[in-house]
Structure formats: C-alpha cells, structure tokens
Ligand binder design. Structure first.
Ligand code: SAH
Ligand code: SF4
Length: 392
C-alpha cells in the first residue's frame, strides 16, 4: 500500500439498530432476531424456534403482516406488532425497457434513493442491487462516482431490494407450496450503486439472508459481488460470504488504472492480483470475473489484451468485456465493435472466456455505470472530472 494514499472513506454512518421505536426485522441475522425476541420478553428456550417461524414467513412466503403468521398465537403476534415492523424500501418509480429490463427507483430512510435493475434472460433472471447511496470512489468512467451524497445501506435496505423485486415479479410462492418452476429472480449481482466492500458487514448479513435455505434460498454460486479492488476485504469476502467475485480491473498498467479506478493508488495491480490469487481456494469458487470496460483509445489496444492475459496467468478467470455505457458529461467513448472483437479474440486465444457484455436497458439508463439517483442532481462538470483524472 502506498503511504500517500488519497482515498478516504467519507461515508455517513447510521446506527445498525434504531435506539427506540419499533425495530425492523428485515435485515436482522438469525442471531440478531433471537436477541431482539428475547429483549421483547420471549423465553430464551423458545426464541430459536420463534425465529425459525418468523423467518419463514418473512423470507419464504413474503409475508409482511404479523396477523398473517397463523402458526403464532394471537397474543404473541400482538406483541410482535408492538415491538417490530417488517419494512422494505418503498418503490418511487419503475421503468421497463424495450428489452424487458426493469429499473426501479426505491426510497430508503432519510429520503435517499437508490436504483435496482432486473435483467431477464433465457431461463434465468439477474437482479442488480445497490450497496451504497452514491460511491466514495470516483472511477472516472462511472456515473455513480459523480454522485456526491453517500451513505451506506443497512442490511435490511440491501435484502429489501431483493424482496421488493420479488414482490414486483410476483414471485413469492403461495404459502405452503414449493414450486419447481425456474426462478425469475435466480441470480444477484452486487453491481449497482456503491462499493460493496466499503459496507462489508451489511452486505455480508444481507447476502447470508439471501442464501439461507429456509428463505430466499439462493446458492452462493448465484451471487456475485463486484469490487473495484478493496484489497484488505477480499480475503474476508471469501471466508465470510463465499460468493462469486468480480473485480473491476479495467486497465493493464498502474498508470492507466490510477486514472480509471483511483483506488489503484492505494492498492495497485500487483497487490490486487495477490489478493485475487487466493480467493478461489478459500471461497471454493471456480473462477474470478475480471470486468474490463472498453474505452476508445484508453485501454483497448492489442498490447493491453496481451498484457492482461500475462497479468492474470495462474488465476482461474473469465474476462467480461463491458462496452462503455455513455452518460451525460462522460469523458470517454465506447470502443468500436471491431476493436472489442479483436481484444476479445486475443484473450480467448490465451485460454480465457471473454464474453462481451450486452448492454441492457440502455433506453432507461439502467446499464452498468449509468445508475445515479434522480434526487442527487449535483453533477460534476466534464472539466472537474478531467482535472481529477489527469485527462485533458
Ligand atoms: N463498485 C463496484 C460495483 C458497481 S459497478 C465496482 O466498481 O466493481 C459494476 C461494474 O460496472 C463495474 O465493473 C464498473 O466498473 C462498471 N461500470 C461503471 N461505469 C460504467 C460505464 N459507464 N460503462 C460500463 N461499465 C461501467
Ligand atoms: Fe464506485 Fe464502482 Fe462506480 Fe467505481 S465503478 S465509482 S467503485 S460504483
């Protein structure tokens, strides 16, 4: 790590539990819910069983009303309703793209807003969720990075996005019935707004809830966390979450990566690759996805492609090439299709899968890197962005 690291983590923190008033059960781990029930007066011996019952109502059947929890006594339901709420973010607006992609703007406590995107595909569907309002990092090609206001989402607000999407897709099974149908929402990617590893505990708790076998039940292989390269948290991600990892690589020299992904000034390419090398073994996952945004004339040469495959040698990897998605004021252009194809070919010939990510939902500004809350209108000018990145 370099000593003069300029990256700061200036995030508004909010208490994980509200000091008074009803507490939200959504987002609590099983242990936290048990403690909360005991604090309410539930006998310790019963608490674990009650958590199991409530958990199933909330996460298996999508119930939000204590009165509908018919295997609990009326008196207990009334106590629960006094002490707790079951709340998820509120949908402010919804847009549906011509390609079927859905984008919701949801409101969280404090009036902040984040975006959630659902991408339907053949036989599966991926939900792209946010972990922060805005982002403290300032990757020069990313719209979210131009948003000034930042706060971490709570675990409830993170898993709440998944619950909201299941509501809108009408995908909660009917109580008591398990369906064998293919899931509309079968995968989660933490690729919306924010840097998930700067909000580690809340992201971990929310993903544990998503993976719980008695609830939403998504396998850890169907959850992908994308990081810009917060090196010290990568080992923890393998140990404590164990999901698939994607890394925003985007450049093959420190000089260029410093400009595109400024966190590189703190943890450079060599340090990042070291952390990635151990990830698959510790998390028992197959391979790491290297995300690589294709920027015309910046990082898309044949030399870049050759350097890339040299750098990642020995790491089980897939290279996801992302055609740059433009946004108002962006200082870059998308590489041509021919250039992307040539780059992909070199990577493929070196033995790595190199799919080109198809931009989805562009007409509703739902594509990668285009997300930004409508309420946060303060936008850096083209000149400010250029000054920060050293690009003129
Ligand atoms: N903060 C995390 C996750 C969110 S971004 C991260 O940086 O990894 C999800 C992916 O979209 C990242 O790889 C990001 O670099 C990429 N991205 C950001 N802006 C983009 C843009 N305008 N066009 C294409 N991809 C972009
Ligand atoms: Fe933040 Fe990721 Fe955008 Fe970088 S690419 S500014 S880390 S959201």
């Amino acid at each position: 790590m370099s000593a003069d690291a300029p990256i700061t983590q200036d995030v508004m923190t909010i208490p994980r539990k509200l000091p008074e008033g009803p507490q939200n059960l959504v987002g609590m781990t099983r242990d936290a819910m048990r403690d909360a029930l005991i604090a309410m007066g539930t006998p310790e011996k019963q608490a674990k069983m009650r958590v199991g019952q409530i958990w199933q109502w909330i996460y298996q059947w999508g119930v939000r009303d204590f009165d509908a929890m018919t295997n609990l006594s009326k008196a207990f339901r009334a106590e629960l309703a006094d002490a707790f709420v079951i709340e998820i973010p509120e949908v402010v607006s919804k847009q549906v793209s011509t390609d079927g992609t859905r984008k919701w703007l949801v409101r969280i406590a404090g009036g902040h807003e984040v975006e959630v995107v659902y991408i339907p595909e053949e036989g599966r569907g991926t939900l792209c969720i946010s972990s922060q309002v805005g982002c403290t990092l300032t990757c020069s090609f990313c719209h979210t990075g131009t948003q000034k206001l930042v706060r971490n989402l709570t675990a409830g607000e993170i898993i709440g996005q998944v619950m909201m999407a299941r509501d809108d897709l009408d995908e909660w099974p009917e109580h008591g019935k398990r369906t064998e149908d293919a899931r509309l929402l079968s995968n989660i990617v933490l690729m919306g707004m924010g840097e998930p590893l700067y909000n580690f505990e809340n992201v971990r708790d929310a993903m544990k809830i998503a993976m719980d076998p008695e609830g939403i039940q998504l396998s850890r292989r169907r959850i992908t966390l994308s990081t810009s390269g917060v090196v010290p948290e990568i080992a923890r991600t393998a140990e404590e979450i164990g999901c698939q990892l994607a890394v925003s690589f985007h450049a093959t020299t420190d000089e260029v990566r410093n400009k595109l992904v400024p966190i590189n000034k703190r943890w450079n390419i060599a340090e990042l690759l070291d952390a990635l090398r151990t990830y698959p073994k510790v998390s028992n996952s197959e391979r790491i996805t290297f995300e690589y945004v294709m920027l015309d004339g910046v990082n898309d040469s044949d030399e870049d492609a050759h350097r890339l495959v040299e750098l990642i040698k020995g790491i089980p990897a897939k290279i996801n090439l992302i055609p740059f998605n433009e946004w108002p004021g962006a200082p870059y252009k998308r590489s041509s299709n021919n250039r992307i194809r040539a780059f992909s070919e070199i990577v493929y010939k070196a033995g790595y899968a190199s799919p080109v990510r198809k931009p989805r939902g562009e007409d509703i500004m739902a594509a990668c890197g285009q997300l930004k809350s409508a309420t946060e209108r303060a936008r850096k000018s083209r000149r400010e962005i250029a000054a920060e990145t050293g690009l003129t």
